[in-house]
Design a protein around this ligand. Sequence first.
Ligand code: SAH
Length: 206
Amino acid sequence: MVRYQIRARGLKDESLLQALLAVPRHLFVPEAYRGEAYEDYPLPIGEGQTISQPYIVALMTAAAEIKPGDKVLEIGTGSGYQAAVLSRLTDQVFSVEIRETLATRAARLLESLDFKNIRVRWADGYFGWPEEAPFDAILVTCAANHIPPPLFQQLREGGRLVIPVGSTVFFQTLTLVRKTGGQPVIKQLLDVRFVPMVGEIEKNKR
Ligand code: SAH
């Protein structure tokens, strides 16, 4: 997986590749899909949700430029896989999941695998995790039709927000937002397809 899907596509940062090698992805997918855990596509994880394709996990992680010591927030814990990868690159990972069953399951799995530096919260990630802000990086793993203002606010100066922005039902553009002088500097990375963000964002169509 790492050699052919990640490295061959140009993501060569050694610490990123080591982080991917360190996380047993097959334990984050349902048993029925274990044999496909390292394939080049997303997989169902229950509740109509999916674990992202390995390359997308790697690309989002690379775009967020995680360095040791960074405080990182993920919105959309799902299986817990992306959080696990992030936790190999820094020591403080916070992850918010809106579906209680997924939040509980991911928290238990991460604990049983001894990922001690990840905290999972069951809540609407639209509002971020204000008590722990500011963050050096925020990764949103569900599709948003706009950038939730609380997430930009909770970004440290120089911080990176990686988020799929666009239609929540069709395609989105994976977008990198860097807080520079308090303002967003936006870079579009590539077209992606994520499951929709739900909750507050649905009330607030823009
Ligand atoms: N990062 C996950 C993949 C997540 S799929 C992994 O590595 O497995 C997207 C997740 O976002 C789903 O679990 C979905 O329930 C969650 N989600 C959707 N809207 C959300 C919201 N407003 N706040 C937090 N999580 C949300």
